[in-house]
Design a protein around this ligand. Structure first.
Ligand code: TMP
Length: 256
């Protein structure tokens, strides 16, 4: 069964290969298959490496979170998880925006504004970055975003509202896992009927997650910042997030 699947996969036409995932066409034009890779990059690909087991962990965490979000009415691209590191998803055209939601100052917000790392923001900040590696994903103003015709003002409002709802749900969810959701990045896409769907992934690659059980500024990091900063125990941090998420939300085994 597994061999057959792998053969089908290698024959399938690759739609897109990114730094952490490969998207394949399937026999159904409305459905894509995403393979999550162990490879990791940072700083726009200038730091490259591998996080053993990351493909399975990120795929499984994302699947669990997409299931939760869809149960509260957030439409997502997720359909099923036929292999531990593979997802069947609704085919979407990705809107070239990285939607970042921040609850606590960290990362580029700290570097660009001088706010102290760890400062709790009065209300969540929603930011839009252009998804374009050759331009290094610049931060956009609302006017620039509309100037580039990336989406309509109405759609933008819908995206922001959805991002804030997702943040509320995920902040509570991770709190139950004894994890602080510092910030995260979302991507959205449009399906063949121009329906807006949450797409891509939600995982330790795309979130800043701090262990609420310690205040040590290095020890608490449970996400890709360990890799970005060359800290030890990257794999075990991803594994710990995986275990806490699954303990909170029992996701079904793989299914076609
Ligand atoms: P930043 O502080 O570097 O702007 O990152 C904000 C959030 O977005 C953080 O949770 C990590 C995530 N992120 C990605 O998922 N992909 C990226 O390419 C970058 C730069 C950040």
């Amino acid at each position: 069964m597994e061999i057959q699947l792998i053969e089908t996969m290698s024959a399938a036409e690759k739609l897109y290969e990114g730094k952490a995932k490969i998207v394949y066409h399937t026999e159904d034009t409305e459905i894509h298959r995403i393979v999550f890779k162990d490879s990791a990059t940072a700083f726009n690909g200038s730091l490259m490496g591998k996080i053993e087991g990351k493909g399975e962990i990120n795929c499984t965490i994302s699947a669990a979170l997409f299931e939760c979000l869809s149960s509260i009415g957030i439409p997502t691209h997720y359909i099923s998880r036929p292999q531990k590191n593979q997802m069947r998803v609704r085919a979407v055209k990705i809107i070239p925006l990285e939607v970042v939601v921040r609850n606590i100052a960290a990362g580029s917000l700290v570097h660009q504004t001088g706010l102290p790392e760890g400062k709790v923001l009065q209300s969540p900040l929603v930011e839009f970055y252009l998804k374009n590696d050759s331009l290094s994903d610049p931060l956009l103003t609302r006017d620039r975003l509309l100037l580039l015709d990336l989406t309509s003002p109405e759609r933008l409002e819908q995206i922001e509202k959805m991002a804030r709802n997702i943040n509320q749900y995920l902040t509570d969810f991770f709190q139950r896992c004894r994890i602080i959701l510092v910030d995260f990045k979302l991507e959205f896409g449009l399906d063949s009927q121009a329906r807006l769907l949450l797409a891509d992934e939600i995982s330790p690659d795309t979130c800043r997650l701090w262990d609420a059980t310690t205040t040590d500024p290095q020890e608490r990091i449970m996400d890709k910042d360990r890799f970005r900063r060359n800290l030890p125990q990257v794999e075990s941090a991803y594994q710990e997030v995986f275990e806490r998420v699954l303990a909170q939300n029992k996701i079904g085994d793989i299914s076609p």
